[in-house]
Ligand binder design. Structure first.
Ligand code: MN3
Length: 210
């Protein structure tokens, strides 16, 4: 399959309305995400780059070798949103036991994790993302990145490199219609719509590669 596919959502735009309004979801998916894909494709064509990896994750791990900010921004935008849609769910979910134990082991408790993640999300200045990711040593960590950067990129400091398993979009386009300037409320409500089964699956797959 081509890497230039907009992934379909497994839920309706109006199904997360306890967290975010349907209009935001629709514009975010069909306009913003699609635009990252279109610009990535256009940049690769313009630069005559044809031998790029066919997996987004492999591409991101060598993104610095292309020395092109448009590739970095739009490849990141495509991957980040693809992950983001996947870790949302209209149904409240319990955390699977293996993931819950890993969170407790790495953060002391789920509440501590939630506090640390919230702090990263609140203090990211301007546009960016908050992450829960797994490093090469098999440890979970939380981080923040600017713009569309993410922990897979080889341009990140090594202490912040890893495989993301949970992501939160902190761009105003993700929340402004519902929350305006109240990013803290957007972050707090996010914890009600996390697809923990898919996060646990991401964790298992990341752990298998350690
Ligand atoms: Mn976005």
């Amino acid at each position: 399959m081509s890497i230039f596919q907009l992934p379909a959502l497994s839920y309706a735009y109006n199904s997360l309305s306890q967290w975010i309004d349907p209009k935001t979801m629709e514009i975010h998916h069909t306009k913003h995400h699609q635009a990252y894909i279109n610009k990535l494709k256009a940049t690769l064509e313009k630069e005559n780059i044809t031998n790029y990896p066919t997996q987004l994750t492999d591409f991101l791990k060598q993104v610095s070798t292309y020395r092109n900010i448009n590739i970095q921004n739009n490849l990141g935008g495509h991957y980040n949103h693809t992950l983001f849609w996947k870790i949302l769910s209209p149904q409240q979910q319990k955390r699977p036991i293996q993931l819950d134990e890993a969170i407790q082991k790495n953060f002391g408790s789920y509440d501590n994790f939630q506090k640390e993640f919230t702090q990263k999300a609140l203090t990211q200045f301007g546009s960016g993302w908050a992450w829960l990711a797994l490093n090469k040593k098999g440890e979970l960590f939380v981080s923040q990145t600017a713009n569309q950067d993410n922990p897979l990129m080889d341009s990140m400091p090594s202490s912040q490199q890893g495989t993301p398993i949970l992501a939160l979009d902190l761009w105003e386009h993700a929340y402004y219609l519902t929350y305006q300037n109240k990013r803290a409320d957007y972050i707090q409500a996010f914890f009600q719509v996390i697809n923990w089964n898919n996060v646990a699956q991401n964790y298992k797959e990341a752990l298998a590669q350690c």
